[in-house]
Design a protein around this ligand. Structure first.
Ligand code: C2O
Ligand code: CU
Length: 486
């Protein structure tokens, strides 16, 4: 293993030192006791991966991709593509700094790989066929082995025919916990949001329904799932805070969450805790993104509350003739409501990278009409991924990306392997600052971010996480070359 520290750019090293100081401060992170009713989360508790390594610093698991019949609730069962027979795949828990070893077996009828979305892995562990590793063919195995450097919620999914395979059910959460994060809320839920489409016999929808129009829109499954269940119920004591770690693992669907008008206190995002907490009425989680939030649902004893996915305009087809979807029900226990609890003062020192000498990289996303084939293809700077040349970067280089969306659909852009910091039009960090690996570029909108390429050379992908768009051309590579920038 290489050293993870000495290659860090200066500003990250400073941030790491501050983080160490904060972690060491006395009295930090006294974990509070549970305030939730017994078995409050049993309606949607995730299966957990079994760590077979006694070393407390190593999480070593077996993971098999295979087809399985799964119950999704409401008397529906689907013959899904799964990890270890569960939908979503098992929750993998690690602590920041742990080594994670995954002995992966492919028992699917197609080749696959596992990509560790958001984790700063070496390129050999990134799960991209031909770049990182050969495809894992039916009956074959591959061992993933990497260190989880950053606390946060991550997730895993295939990178072979990803729109189809993710749509079929292949995804799971990887939670990297920092026991000293200072949040101190005992009642925690990892919430994997997705959707799936199948017929009355439990047979999955064909991955190319709707043809070219389906690709341009981004296919959504009919059934919205929370931890693999249709409208599951959690129990809560009115007023008691819960910490939800949310990932949107859907192939295309946006989740614009609305808790019946009650608020979400956002404390973190893709790359762990953010600069400071921020309270919101609605919470947008686009495909690939994660959100770390505190909710304190209130309601009468015995009453319920519904978490809904409200309508959100991500392009033509997303709001027309559509209605909000119910995601999960919160059922209040008979315990007397608690008065509003003070929320922890969550903050994190984030030192924005210096922009001095940064390289500017401009990208324009387009969807030209292609008269000849009658098919549409998404392009980045005039080329779909199969015709594109890689963007270039050097180890240690700071880049400012400006991504302009000239299409009438939104595109949540994901960069493999690196976190970036979103900037406004004056290139000032957007506050509160949060490390991201996936960021939505709204329809006809522009995003900007700064990224520092650390010591892991390789061919790193970026793509829209509406996986149909990625397959339809909206994908590219950054060739990160060893050696200092001039
Ligand atoms: Cu979730 Cu190529 O990524
Ligand atoms: Cu897109």
């Amino acid at each position: 293993m290489y050293s993870e520290y000495i290659f860090m750019p200066m500003q990250w090293r400073a941030a790491a030192c501050v983080a160490l100081l904060l972690a060491a401060r006395p009295g930090a992170a006294a974990e509070s006791a549970s305030l939730a009713p017994a078995n409050w989360d049993q309606g949607l508790r995730l299966a957990e991966a079994h760590d077979r390594n006694p070393d407390p610093k190593i999480v070593e698991i077996d993971l098999t991709a295979r087809i399985a019949d799964v119950e999704v609730g409401n008397n529906h069962s689907v013959r899904a593509w799964t990890y270890d027979g569960s939908l979503p795949g098992p929750l993998i828990r690690a602590h920041v700094g742990d080594r994670v070893i995954v002995h992966f077996t492919n028992d699917l009828p197609q080749p696959t790989t596992v990509h560790w979305h958001g984790v700063r892995v070496p390129i050999e562990m990134d799960g991209v066929p031909d770049v990182s590793q050969p495809e894992v063919k039916t009956g074959e195995t591959f061992t993933y082995d990497f260190t989880v450097r950053d606390a946060g919620l991550y997730w895993y999914h295939p990178h072979v025919m990803s729109a189809a395979q993710v749509g079929f059910g292949l995804y799971g959460a990887l939670l990297v916990e920092d026991p000293d994060d200072g949040v101190g809320i005992a009642d925690q839920l990892t919430l994997v949001l997705s959707d799936i489409g199948f017929d009355s016999h439990g047979v999955l929808d064909s991955p190319d329904t709707g043809g070219s129009a389906g690709t341009v829109f981004g296919r959504e499954g009919l059934y919205v799932l929370a931890n693999g269940k249709i409208l599951p119920t959690i129990r809560a004591r009115s007023g008691a805070p819960q910490r939800w770690r949310i990932v949107n693992a859907a192939r295309s669907r946006f989740f614009y969450l609305d808790l019946d008008g009650q608020t979400f206190t956002v404390i973190g995002s893709d790359g762990g805790l953010q600069e400071r907490a921020e309270t919101k009425d609605t919470l947008l989680v686009t495909p690939g993104e994660r959100m770390d939030v505190i909710v304190s649902p209130t309601g009468p004893a015995g009453g319920t509350l519904t978490l809904q996915a409200a309508l959100y305009n991500r392009g033509y087809g997303s709001v027309e003739n559509r209605v909000p979807e119910n995601v999960l029900t919160i059922a209040f226990s008979d315990d007397p409501p608690l008065p509003k609890q003070p929320l922890p003062d969550v903050h994190r020192e984030i030192v924005p990278p210096s922009l001095a000498g940064a390289t500017h990289v401009d990208m324009v996303l387009t969807l030209p009409p292609l008269a000849a084939t009658g098919k549409s293809e998404f392009q980045v700077n005039g080329a779909p991924f199969w015709k594109a040349r890689p963007f270039l970067a050097k180890v240690g280089e700071t880049q400012i990306w400006t991504v302009k969306n000239d299409t009438k659909w939104a595109h949540p852009i994901h960069l493999h392997g690196f976190f970036f910091l979103p900037l406004d039009e004056h290139l000032q960090p957007i506050r509160p600052m949060a490390w991201k690996d996936t960021l939505d570029v709204p329809m006809e909108g522009t995003i900007r971010f700064v990224v520092v390429f650390d010591e892991r050379p390789g061919m790193w992908m970026f793509h829209c996480h509406i996986l149909d768009h990625a397959d339809g051309g909206l994908m590219g590579h950054v060739h990160l070359q060893p050696g200092a920038p001039e």
